[in-house]
Design a protein around this ligand. Structure first.
Ligand code: HEC
Length: 129
């Protein structure tokens, strides 16, 4: 009996831990990310839903996409030959300091210092598969 309730508590603790982890993931705020996207990125990147390129390539489905793979955009050779795939980690580093990830990229953007703001923008991009 005592053993069972201990095991039960262990399972509960694991479930609670998992729940907490997913709660943290949800703490990324895609709506706030969309606002930041408009402020920081919108001048060069069309909203993903428009499917079109601006000064920068369209970012539709960018999370999980191979770098420099959006059709009909004239990427720099630096980004084309970087061999990167965009995921949360590579995007986070890129948005913090593009030139540090791909030296010679033509994305003329210094970066965003605030990690939470970067996470929100990535959450917004993930919501636009
Ligand atoms: C001044 C214009 C400009 C701004 C501002 C800008 N970008 Fe870019 N972005 C570009 C250009 C140009 C490229 C292509 C870079 C290359 O070919 O080296 C690019 C490339 C990218 C890529 C790689 C896309 C791919 O298909 O591999 C991502 C991701 C990206 N930008 C995200 C963002 C986000 C998010 C913001 C806002 C926080 C932002 N950019 C702000 C111009 C800009």
């Amino acid at each position: 009996m005592g053993l069972f309730s201990k095991a039960g508590f262990g399972v509960f603790a694991i479930i609670a831990a998992l729940f907490n982890l997913s709660g943290q993931a949800l703490a990324q705020d895609a709506d706030a990310g969309e606002k930041s996207f408009r402020v920081y990125c919108g001048y060069c990147h069309h909203p993903p839903r428009f499917d079109s390129n601006g000064i920068g390539p369209n970012l539709k489905g960018v999370v999980g996409r191979r770098a420099a793979s959006y059709p009909n955009f004239n990427y720099s050779s630096a980004l084309t030959s970087a061999g990167l795939t965009w995921n949360e980690a590579t995007l986070d580093a890129w948005l913090a300091r593009p030139q540090a990830v791909v030296s010679g990229t033509k994305m003329a953007f210094t970066g965003i210092r605030n990690a939470a703001e970067r996470a929100n923008i990535i959450a917004f991009l993930k919501n636009n598969p």
